[in-house]
Design a binder for this molecule. Structure first.
Ligand SMILES: NC(=O)C1=CN([C@@H]2O[C@H](COP(=O)(O)OP(=O)(O)OC[C@H]3O[C@@H](n4cnc5c(N)ncnc54)[C@H](O)[C@@H]3O)[C@@H](O)[C@H]2O)C=CC1
Ligand SMILES: O=C(CO)COP(=O)(O)O
Length: 333
């Protein structure tokens, strides 16, 4: 079958390669025409994972019309900040039961809406929508290094469709019906990875990182449950799995960004240097929208937001975490 992959950054490139390896024709949408042209001419992405030779089954284009022509499903891998415009463009181009899976990790700014809610608002028919998330660094996945992921949809048939579409021996896919849980874990773990990066950046140690990850998981679980997701999802690949991967790996842009900001760098410098998205920088704001709406305390997220957006000194705000009133380990779940 032909599959359209929307977004030719690191993750879109890795997923396109995997789908082509599974025998599918792939239409890969790249924002820049010169990137699409280079992929077609040289079978390499000139900007992301450029050391990997791409399958000849991948045809890139910078128009939706070209990549969607003849496609039977779409895979969304743009930064979460543009998901509404992607959904609106797609809505005009495909019919009402065309399957769409969102692999971006984030929450919409302003509304606090999760990816499937945004796509449903623009395209209707949530039953054909799904999300994919797990411990999935693109640079490892594209090299066939084993991992797993979660495919969640409100509809069992759609979850199974995408579960089978992506599964390889090295990429084990698990189906779920907890769309809210998977989406929130995906956005949340990036914020905690920034916190861990900041913590290392100011000279704290591995114990501190472990505490941030564990209390971050508690924070994530509180929000997931209050928003209607399942606590167990937080223990799975999209939750603990991705949290551990992102907080402990040098691959993680969010963790590296956290370290850099603690050492005096800025978000603009990081993006300028890497041309990559740091989803946790936006998520520390968008998750607060949900926390306010549902009355959930997110102390680590608050601190990350104040460091990233309000110029707070990490050493000072770290004290607001360690001086909080003593409490029981599991409250309010
Ligand atoms: N890189 C990874 O290992 C993984 C990334 N993801 C998620 O995938 C999503 C995409 O990230 P990456 O593929 O890593 O991208 P990237 O950080 O490698 O590259 C940024 C991409 O965003 C595109 N972009 C920038 N502004 C845009 C706009 N206005 N409209 C459309 N596209 C625009 C760029 O053209 C480029 O393709 C993010 O939500 C990320 O969290 C999820 C799992 C793994
Ligand atoms: O989501 C990811 C791995 O699962 C990628 O994380 P970073 O964006 O921090 O690199």
């Amino acid at each position: 079958m032909k599959v359209a992959v929307i977004g030719a950054g690191s993750w879109g490139t890795a997923l396109a390669q995997m789908l082509a390896g599974n025998g599918h024709d792939v239409g890969l949408w790249a924002r820049k025409p010169e990137v699409a042209a280079a992929i077609n001419a040289e079978h390499r992405n000139p900007r992301y994972l450029s050391d990997v030779a791409l399958s000849e089954g991948i045809a890139a284009a910078s128009s939706y019309e070209d990549v969607l022509r003849g496609a039977q499903a779409a895979v969304i891998v743009t930064p979460s900040s543009v998901m509404r415009e992607v959904a609106a463009t797609l809505a005009d181009a495909v019919d009402a039961d065309f399957p769409v899976i969102v692999c971006s990790k984030g929450v919409e700014e302003g509304s606090g809406l999760l990816p499937v809610e945004v796509f449903e608002a623009e395209m209707g028919n949530a039953a054909r929508l799904a999300v994919l998330s797990g411990p999935n660094f693109a640079s490892e996945v594209i090299r066939g290094i084993p991992t797993g992921t979660v495919v969640a949809s409100p509809d069992e048939g759609t979850a199974t469709f995408f579960q089978e579409l992506f599964a390889t021996e090295a990429f084990r896919t698990y189906a779920s019906d907890d769309v809210i849980g998977v989406e929130l874990c995906a956005a949340f773990k990036n914020v905690i990875a920034i916190a861990v990066g900041v913590s290392y950046g100011i000279g704290y140690g591995d114990n501190t990182a472990a505490m941030l990850m564990t209390r971050g998981l508690a924070e994530m679980s509180r929000l997931v449950v209050r928003c209607g997701g399942q606590a167990l999802t937080c223990m799975g690949l999209a939750g603990t799995g991705d949290l551990v991967a992102t907080c402990t790996s040098e691959h993680s842009r969010n963790r590296r960004f956290g370290k850099m900001i603690a050492e005096g760098g800025t978000l603009e410098e990081f993006v300028e240097r890497t041309h990559m998205v740091v989803e946790g920088a936006l998520a520390c704001k968008t998750l607060e929208t949900l926390a306010d709406a549902y009355g959930v305390e997110l102390p680590i997220t608050d601190v990350v937001r104040s460091v990233v957006w309000e110029g707070a000194d990490p050493r000072d705000v770290a004290k607001t975490l360690t001086s909080r009133p003593l409490t029981t380990e599991f409250y309010g779940l």
